[in-house]
Design a protein around this ligand. Structure first.
Ligand code: ZN
Ligand code: ZN
Length: 346
């Protein structure tokens, strides 16, 4: 089968590999569509970040929709022909955290497309527990963005966003935009986006954002505070992963508010802990998800979240580097979520 494999920084190769077969508790999926994630992009442009360089080559990708073709021993929840999406974790089921259902912080966590061969290939093998059936009301296009929406749904839970809350989101990447859609679904009364790219910021006007403030366009914190009534917002989400953005996120919340960190950082940053203490602020991390993919599918099924607002193009897997990865790196204004078409049209 054909697969897109990560060999090193700026070295993704579309090549022939042998088909995987499902082990115990695993399911083999014929992939239809695969999404390019910010993590994949980072591995391509400046990796290895999470990928262990010694494991290369590895088939990249963890966002997908496809059809079950084979089930391994003991994998009984799915049958050939089931349309599925899934999430990326491989968890041990044995550690302190797994025993408490905190699978997102499993001590032995591995990830599809980073440590295990991923979905930018004709076939993918996934543990059964990471898969979710797609109802007819969720297209494969929508199904292929279940994973980033699950990240956002988990963050909204961690941030305890309540009906009527004022919220700020720092970052206009796919996680920022998914978080925007998730906080809207959670009933936020105001959503203030801090964006970098005009093209993306303008696109969010159709996603229910209240205001968009651009970085490097004056005093961002002061502006958002004024736009949200003066005190700051109840909950703010950091969705960038730059050393400066956690402080900005903390400065955007009111006293007693919560800052949720979703970004993936490769450098340390500084935080003014005195302002955290004096103002009784909470800062909390939100890594991936536990079982929020089922909520993500429900939100897509009833169109509370419209996948079309995020998907900007669908390109063949064979053209992934030029038409996908490079375009996402060089033109962030017009490209948000690029899907790769893996299977020929049915
Ligand atoms: Zn992802
Ligand atoms: Zn575990």
């Amino acid at each position: 089968m054909k697969a897109l494999r990560w060999y090193g920084r700026k070295d993704l190769r579309y090549e022939e590999v042998s088909e995987p077969s499902p082990g115990p508790g695993e399911v083999k999926i014929k992939v239809n569509l695969a999404g390019i994630c910010g993590t994949d992009l980072k591995e391509y442009s400046s990796g290895p970040c999470i990928i262990n360089g010694d494991d290369a080559p590895v088939t990249i990708g963890h966002e997908f929709a496809g059809v079950v073709v084979e089930t391994g021993k003991g994998a009984t929840a799915f049958s050939p022909g089931d349309r599925v999406s899934g999430v990326g974790y491989w968890v041990c089921g044995e550690c302190y955290y797994c025993k408490r259902h905190m699978y997102n912080v499993c001590s032995n966590l591995l990830f599809t497309g980073l440590h295990k061969n991923g979905c930018m290939a004709e076939y993918l093998v996934s543990p059964e527990y990471a898969l979710y059936k797609l109802p007819d009301s969720v297209s494969d296009e929508a199904g292929s963005i279940v994973e980033p929406i699950a990240v956002a749904v988990h963050a909204v839970k961690i941030g305890k966003v309540a009906l009527g809350d004022k919220v700020a989101i720092v970052g206009d990447g796919i996680i920022g935009l998914c978080t925007l859609l998730a906080v809207k679904a959670a009933g936020a009364s105001e959503i203030h986006l801090v964006a970098k790219h005009k093209g993306r910021g303008e696109r969010t006007l159709s996603m229910g954002v209240s205001t968009v403030t651009y970085l490097n366009d004056g005093d961002t914190i002061q502006k958002v505070k004024e736009l949200s009534g003066g005190l700051g917002v109840d909950v703010a989400f950091e969705c960038v992963g730059h050393p400066d953005t956690p402080q900005m996120t903390l400065d955007l919340i009111r006293n007693g508010g919560t800052a949720v960190i979703e970004g993936v950082f490769d450098k340390r940053g500084e935080v003014d802990f005195l302002s955290v203490m004096y103002n009784q602020k909470t800062m909390i991390g939100s890594p991936i998800y536990v079982d929020e993919a089922s909520t993500a599918i429900s939100l897509l099924a009833d169109k509370t979240i419209d996948a079309d607002t995020l998907i900007t193009s669908v390109v063949p897997l064979a053209d992934a580097v030029e038409e996908g990865f490079e375009k996402l790196l060089t033109n962030k204004e017009d490209n948000i979520k690029v899907l790769l078409k893996v299977a020929p049209d049915r």
